[in-house]
Ligand binder design. Structure first.
Ligand code: FAD
Length: 509
């Protein structure tokens, strides 16, 4: 490989969360490559989507890769900790459950804990699975500390955590780091794109003022506009509306009531099912992020906004932000020398906070398959295949929340309950319903704990459990379950309040 084959200029189109995450990671990892210039173009006039506040634990890996000090990051972005998602009214009205980060119970006899719990249910132990998750119990008690992997036998080693942060502040935080690491930022609106007549690669993008920005590799982070991947390259969209009918959101942050602080709240994101969708509640340090995701085939925008306004904790901050989207993804994430990241590449509603994670996965995949100027077909194909697998497995997990419900109080829920699940989800449901087994397939994002929490939480009934659960007597099974619940409760109770932990760490903004 000669110097001429090497990528000399990466152009990132768009400065939302996706654009600045890409800029920060590329400048950190590739910054020392000789002659490499990284440029990010963004338009203040267009702005960003302005939502996206809840994350999943892998974000910690991303922040570590960037060498970010966690306490500084928490202060700068008004972040709180997140130990899982509480789903309210999803299975039926008045019911709630938590999808926790981490595991349930402990491994017993080398089989997964939940088989022991299922056996317990069959012999009259009516405990709730939430009681076996340290993340759930601590979350409900408003407690937090970082996990302690040095105590493998303690519940303290059995959870992980993520953050709830102000996405605008996060992008600004990453922008400062990226610029300090040498990223050039250009403010301007892109109005045109020139393709090379020989190889079909993008040669340059043109701004409103006539200037042309040339590049070897273009990362399309232009949000739902998908300027390059959809516009210049004309890549089509795989539409999953039939499985995920929600196609609108209205977002509206609010203040905490009575001078309350976000640090005092539960370190949990909340998702509350509504007649034609669901509402999110994300407690940050300085405000609460709220939004209502709904199906426009079942509800209009005014009604959706009213439901949201009627269900806020405190005074509304700013205007309602109405957003349209389609569930699905670009048929190809990478074409020629254009790679899409973030909303330009697709969107799955934020029910499990996966969008920022998909940006992160895309970035690490680009770094792994980083091309030469030619952009090899093999690398492109691998990237595209893996990106689609990510979308498909997350899609199936999201559909589970809608499909497995007993709600029959609206046309929307009737539609969801009766929808035909994709084959991957149908298999998982059939396996659990016949034998109580849950599998994480291949390299999918969500673990057995995640699948189990939502299946159990949404009322899917296990048809059995692992035969080895019978090796322990009924009395002993009940006694062990009682003991584990007790240890978990006691451990959660001994953890500091989230507010105290944030204060101790100097992480309050
Ligand atoms: P954007 O933020 O839209 O940024 C696009 C950028 O492109 C902007 O800088 C814009 O100025 C620029 N641009 C566009 N056109 C041009 C042009 N012509 N010239 C120059 N610049 C241009 N994710 C999560 O992980 N957790 C959540 O809780 C979550 N909640 C969400 C809720 C909703 C309702 C929605 C819609 C998304 C949510 N997301 C969430 C997703 C998350 O917001 C996005 O994945 C993330 O913000 C990345 O967005 P982006 O950077 O791709 O796009």
């Amino acid at each position: 490989m000669t110097q001429d084959d090497m990528i000399q200029r990466i152009v990132i189109v768009g400065g939302g969360t996706a654009g600045w995450m890409a800029a920060a990671a590329f400048s950190r990892v590739l910054g020392a490559m000789p002659g490499l210039l990284i440029t990010l173009i963004e338009s203040d006039a267009i702005g960003t989507v302005g939502v996206g506040e809840a994350t999943i634990p892998d974000i910690c890996l991303f922040n570590n890769l960037l060498g970010i000090n966690e306490n500084l990051f928490m202060r700068e972005t008004g972040a709180t900790y997140k130990l899982g998602i509480e789903f309210v009214d999803w299975y039926k009205k008045g019911h709630s459950y938590v999808h926790p980060f981490g595991n349930y119970g402990i491994d017993m006899l080398g089989i997964e804990f939940h088989h022991m719990w299922l056996r317990g249910l069959s012999i009259g132990d009516n405990s709730n699975i939430d009681e076996y998750s340290i993340a759930t119990m601590a979350g409900k008690m408003e407690r937090f500390m970082r996990p302690d992997v040095n105590q493998p036998n303690s519940p303290l080693s059995k959870f992980s955590y993520a953050f709830q942060f102000d996405a605008g502040r996060y992008a600004q935080f990453l922008r400062r780091r990226s610029q300090a690491q040498g990223v050039e930022r250009i403010e301007g609106k892109i109005v045109d794109t020139l393709l090379d007549s020989q190889n079909g690669h993008v040669r340059h993008v043109q701004l409103e003022d006539g200037s042309k920005i040339e590049g070897d590799l273009f990362i399309d982070c232009s949000g739902f506009r998908a300027l390059l991947i959809g516009g210049a390259m004309g890549v089509g969209f795989e539409d999953w509306t039939k499985w995920l009918p929600c196609d609108r959101a209205v977002a509206m942050p609010c203040a905490y009531p009575n001078g309350q602080s976000g640090a005092d709240s539960e370190p949990l994101t909340r998702s509350i099912a509504q007649p034609a969708g669901w509402q999110w509640r994300i407690p940050l340090q300085h405000r609460i992020g709220n939004g209502h995701v709904y199906s426009s085939a079942h509800m209009n925008a005014q009604e959706a906004e009213k439901i949201l306004r009627d269900n806020l904790d405190g005074e509304v901050l700013g205007e309602a932000n109405h957003i349209r989207f389609t569930a699905g993804h670009r048929k190809k994430a990478w074409v020629k020398n254009v790679i899409s990241l973030g909303l330009s590449g697709g969107f799955l509603e934020p029910l499990e906070s996966t969008a920022i994670h998909l940006v992160q996965t895309g970035i690490s995949r680009i770094l792994t398959l980083f091309p030469t100027r030619k952009c090899n077909v093999k690398e492109i194909e691998r990237f595209n295949q893996q990106s689609i697998e990510d979308y498909v497995t997350i899609r199936d997990f999201l559909i589970l929340h809608y499909k497995a419900t007993s709600r029959d109080d609206s046309e929307f829920w009737d539609y969801c309950r009766n929808l035909e699940p994709p084959s991957g989800l149908a298999d998982k449901l059939a396996m659990f319903e016949s034998s109580g087994r849950v599998f994480r397939e291949n390299n999918e994002l969500f673990t057995e704990t995640s699948w189990l929490s939502v299946m159990v939480g949404q009322g899917v009934k296990a048809g059995g459990y692992h035969p080895a659960a019978h090796l322990i007597s009924e009395v002993e099974t009940k006694e062990r379950l009682r003991h584990i619940r007790g240890v978990i409760k006691q451990t959660a109770n001994a953890m500091p309040a989230q507010a105290d932990f944030l204060r101790q760490q100097g992480a309050i903004m």
